[in-house]
Design a protein around this ligand. Sequence first.
Ligand code: NAD
Ligand code: UDP
Ligand code: UDP
Length: 320
Amino acid sequence: MSKRILVTGGAGFLGSHLCERLLAQGNDVLCVDNYFTGTKQNLAACLDNPRFELMRHDVTFPLYVEVDEIYNLACPASPIHYQHDPVQTTKTSVHGAINMLGLAKRTRAKIFQSSTSEVYGDPTVHPQVESYRGNVNPLGPRACYDEGKRCAETLFFDYWRQHKLRIKVARIFNTYGPRMHPNDGRVVSNFIVQALKGEDITLYGDGTQTRAFCYVDDQIEGWMRLVNDTPDDFTGPVNIGNPVEISMKQLAEAVLKVVGGKSKLVIARPLPVDDPLQRCPDITLAREKLKWEPKVPLEQGLKNTVEYFDGLLRGNNHVS
Ligand code: NAD
Ligand code: UDP
Ligand code: UDP
């Protein structure tokens, strides 16, 4: 059955893939975005669809529309973007959550929140399980993002308890794929662009810090299972990510294997302040409740992403 679905932050990397998926299911999709990091070009495949609407709007301001479901993604996600205007980052997470929860309360819409592995901070429990309460520095340069997302989770659970909203909270771990922003400083995009240009691959610190990388299609499939295939009393939070943990040095080697070329690994700078040393999701809960696990191996996902960036650098794909 077709639904009216609002996607905030829909012009971004993950949002644009989500809009495509929701349209393919036959839904009406209203995308709102202030274009801070997102672009219309990301939505090229959606713009001609009569079921798609796009509105320039900042979620820190109220929004009155009639919808059945909300996916709340609006928020810059990469450290250089969320640290560019940290006050606006916190406002986006917190005021944005209040406005979207207020909207969900009035329309009785089901609402999905794109939370993050950053709620665990620099974790002391490994791999991270949903019951772990995290190790976040509330005063550091990452706090605007981490604490903003933590407060958003608090608001989701208070609206759920107080106003009986139907909420679905996903804790997203590092996700990559086509339409990542080439200049947002994230490690996968940096390494691929550097390798394609034959430049040095920039490790921060000694490259032994770890992450676990989920391909975008797997991530979106996890959200679909969470929102559509779990009973209303399953709220999450649930980790959605790929549990294959690798060091940044190993990632650089994997990128070089796909791209080829002569780039060298260099230690470009010390590890940034509060940069987590280890991160890997425990996805036992997602396996059990969503019957989901990632399917796309790193090498395949990197190949698809390299193809996208290669097109971008040759001027075949658009970017703002
Ligand atoms: P992105 O930067 O590509 O997308 C975010 C979108 O939100 C952009 O289109 C941006 O313009 C928009 N936006 C920002 N502030 C806004 C505001 N005030 N009002 C309206 N729109 C606004 O990032 P992404 O990787 O697609 O992330 C999407 C969501 O997923 C974010 O909430 C992010 O925190 C979360 N997330 C992503 C990852 C990841 O690895 N990509 C990991 C954890 C969580
Ligand atoms: N809101 C919105 N759209 C709606 C309903 C509410 O943007 O359709 C915003 C509005 O700014 C409000 C906030 O959501 O302040 C929280 O709504 P809620 O009903 O929880 O609280 P209120 O502040 O209205 O008492
Ligand atoms: N990183 C790196 N070289 C780069 C960009 C990032 O070594 O050119 C490191 C960064 O310090 C961090 C990891 O890669 O340890 C992942 O960084 P990213 O910004 O992609 O994601 P996050 O830190 O938010 O998980």
